[in-house]
Design a protein around this ligand. Sequence first.
Ligand code: AMP
Length: 180
Amino acid sequence: MNGEDRAALASAVKGTVREVPDFPKPGILFKDITPVLADPALFSRVMMALAAPFEGQGITHVVSIESRGFILGAPVALELRAAFVPARKPGKLPAEKVREEYALEYGTDALEMHADALRGAKGVLVVDDVLATGGTAAAACRLVEKAGGKVVACTFLIELLALNGRSKLGGVRVESLITY
Ligand code: AMP
C-alpha cells in the first residue's frame, strides 16, 4: 500500500469511527471502532494496512490486548503468518501464566499471558485498538519480555497524540493508522 492509499484509508477510517463523549466516564471522548468492523471492505483494508509495515520484519508472534485488540490482532497475525497470542485480563487464562500490573487513574489493573506462549518467538508485534496514555501497551511489552520475547514494534488503529503514549514505550517502533 502506497502513502496515498494509506492516507485515503486513514481518512475513510476517521470518517467511520464514532466518537462518543463522556463514555465510560465524564471527560473521555470514546473512539468507537464498531462501525469500522461492521464494514467488511473497510475492515479488510484496515487489517492489511496494519500488517503491511511488518511484512518481512521477522514477526513470529502477534500479542494482542484484551479485548478490542483481539479483533484486530487475530487477522493481522494470520496476514503475517505469525502465531496469535492473547494478553488477557486477570483470571481468564487456564495454564501457567506471567503477569504485569499497570497503574490506572484509580488503582491498578493487570495483564496475563501464558508462560509458554512465546516459546521459540523471534520477533513480537503488539497490537491494540487505541494508544492513549500508553500504560496498557507498556505493560504488554513488559509481559512479552517476561515471557522471553522481544518486542519489534507496537501498532494501533488509533493514537491519541495529546496523551503521548509513545513516550511510555521505551523507544520501541510505534505505528498507528490514524491519529487525533
Ligand atoms: P492507555 O493505557 O491509556 O493507553 O489506554 C489504552 C486502552 O484503553 C486501550 O486498550 C483502549 O482500548 C482503551 N482506550 C483508552 N482511551 C480510549 C478512548 N478514548 N477510546 C476508546 N478506547 C480507549
